[in-house]
Design a protein. Structure first.
Length: 146
């Protein structure tokens, strides 16, 4: 089974079971963002995590085996058309150089890891309209001279 097939089965089972990513994450003991990413094929799970997801969603062992496989982290290089995904693309386009400048000013020449990394998505209630709070937390990796 390939990751795309796995993803389709998981999404169908999740809808059929009426569970949320938050509920799956609580059962597994991981963050909802990481669980979602793994179920969408962009991370791999440990065997016990994969088995718990499949048991919770009544999915076959083949799905668990695929959840354990290392992903090929590739995505469409075109400008995304989904409005929510596009906004993140737009944010990076508009603020990417600003983020880079500030990181370099504070840390020096290097990058923020997307491997030693976490992301947290929260809802902040606000009388002027609820807010989406996205926190990206990555280890700083300095470039080395040799």
């Amino acid at each position: 089974m390939i990751k795309d097939e796995m993803k389709s089965l998981i999404l169908g089972a999740k809808e059929k079971c009426g569970v949320t990513w938050e509920g799956i994450a609580q059962e597994i003991g991981m963050s909802p963002t990481w669980i979602t990413s793994a179920c969408l094929g962009m991370n791999s799970m440990l065997a016990d995590q994969a088995k718990k997801v499949c048991a919770m969603l009544s999915l076959p062992n083949e799905v668990a085996t695929t959840l354990e496989k290392c992903p090929h982290k590739d995505w469409d290089k075109l400008v995304p058309t989904d409005p929510l995904v596009y906004r993140f693309y737009e944010i990076v386009g508009v603020y990417g150089d600003t983020i880079k400048e500030i990181i370099h000013e504070k840390f020096g020449d290097g990058i923020m890891s997307a491997i030693d990394f976490s992301i947290n998505i929260q809802k902040e209630e606000n009388p002027n309209g609820d807010r989406v709070v996205v926190t990206l937390n990555g280890k700083f990796l300095p470039y080395k001279s040799w």
